[in-house]
Design a protein around this ligand. Sequence first.
Ligand code: WTA
Length: 638
Amino acid sequence: MWLPCRCTTKYVAASIRRGVSASSLHALRRGRSSWNSAAFMPESAGFEGVSGRDALHDYSVSHSENFWAAVARQRLNWIRPFEAVQDCDLSQGRIKWFEGGKLNVSVNCLDRHVHTCPERVALIWERDERGSEVRYTYRELLEITCRLGNLLRRHGVKKGDCVTIYMPTCPLAVASMLACARIGAAHNVVFAGFSSEALAERIRDAQSSTVITVNQGVRGGKITELKRTVDAAVQSCPTVRQVFVAMRTEKRVEVTDRDFALEEEMLKEDVVCEPAAMDSEDVLFLLYTSGSTGKPKGLVHTQAGYLLYAALTHRYVFGYHDGDVFGCVADIGWITGHSYTVYGPLANGGTTVLFESTPVYPDPGRYWDMVERLRINQFYGAPTAIRLLIRYGDQWVKKYDRSSLTTLGSVGEPINTEAWEWYNRVVGEGRCPVVDTWWQTETGGICIAPKPSEPDAEIVPGMAMRPFFGIKPALMDTEGKLLTSNNESGALCMAQPWPGMARTIHNNHQRFLETYFQPYPGYFFTGDGAYRSQEGYYQITGRLDDVINVSGHRIGTAEIEDVVVIRSDEAHLSDFILIISVTQFAKRLPKTRSGKIMRRVLRKVVDCDLDSLGDLSTLDDPAAVQEIIEGHEKLLSK
Ligand code: WTA
């Protein structure tokens, strides 16, 4: 059951913040755990004999059904209770959770909080223009979601349809996602930096008849013509019947017969919209991500399991409590934006920041100015941005008051030790735990992270460390055999299903099975490599498709990049130089807009196979590829 604000959760939060109590100190002295599981996690009160973080984790994997049933009953509002906790078989790639249950995701994210605390702030829209933030209460967000839901319904959008959302991170984008959830349609958010070709490919694959966009985007002081990009994309998308256009700027844009002015149409709608009763396993959204072949995969997430997992991880990995302000700076076009800007925080009745700008606009103090102004408690960002900001110097951070911060998160790629330490020491003043969170679009939410852990448990820089509740990692050797000891590296798999995992690839279940379930039968294969330390902690070593094997040592690209790219001036280089016979220097590497190096392209250039570079639409700046090609040609001609 959801606890109303300002009552029990607040009490639990307060008791945890007070730190180690007298009785837990006593327990510590006797060598027992300092953790009262039920106080930390009220859902675990009925788990017999469970005391301490490790015991709770053991219980969550050994009594997985009990664990997830208790959490699902208490954390979500159900229209009809579920009959079966799970029906999963990883060897078949079958994943079903909470069947028989009915619920509505938008009710879980909005209505139930409106009943208890309607005036609580749900969204703080940190607009590109510094200092012009706008707040939306839960009541207001429910109202605009309902208007939008009614509008979509009136325009024929129904259960089973998929609406493509091509918008920057803004309240109407969040309301569009929730409006789809309210009426039972799926959404397909496409990152608003993608080209018209990339957008068209995703609209066609999702077979959308409806697109929601804005006239223009504003980011880093620059205007982007998003409506124009949609116009170009729909030329090759015969399924599109209607495009709703919101106004981010004053600029009027060209309209066609299929266009509708979103805000004007919304005004005609009622503020009450009957929520659809959805089955747990109905589709909530598709989200496209690049695969190794270059054709994007539309990963499918469903209603109950996804929402539950996003909410639980948000609450416990970041230590989010009622009244906190959560600042995830990821764009809603990525899974991080879905799970930790929108669904996790809203399911928990939280206040979430929608960041529209860039880390260096108008200057490199932007993040920390925002932290001071909005009193952000948890800040969640990417190592690429951290590394960029290090170069501008500490003064940009120290200028601002960061005393509100309690937890710092990192996601998307390995965080090298130097960046981790700067984040911890300079940004967090050594007070805030840094959580290096490992997960993927496929996993729906965080799977490995240093927290939750006991208050005094160690956090090792640059390590994701501890599997979350219900997560059972496994490492495999090159022959596909399970590695059972510590101090070993292998292919990172998951030995048990969990509610947040993707259910299929839209229109291509076969590819889903081949990619994730056939490489190691009975396991979910992540595609990443990992090292399990002597203490049993996990460290991600990078994508396995890029692993280099030297005299029996598996060396991941992450380790090499950490040394070669980041610390080329340090002595560590000698450890790795044995594997590098020819070096091509480049000013920059081809990176996606989310900061990942497109290694597939580098490999093709090295192989002189320029005809099969594949899909380059997700690149931040395609000119980087041209530079690498030219550099390589020069190298060869030497
Ligand atoms: C990488 C992002 C190391 C990894 C949430 C994974 C990481 C891919 C980390 C998924 C981390 C993500 N340490 N590597 N903490 N987090 N990755 O789907 O290779 O955009 O498979 O999801 O990013 O990227 P995706």
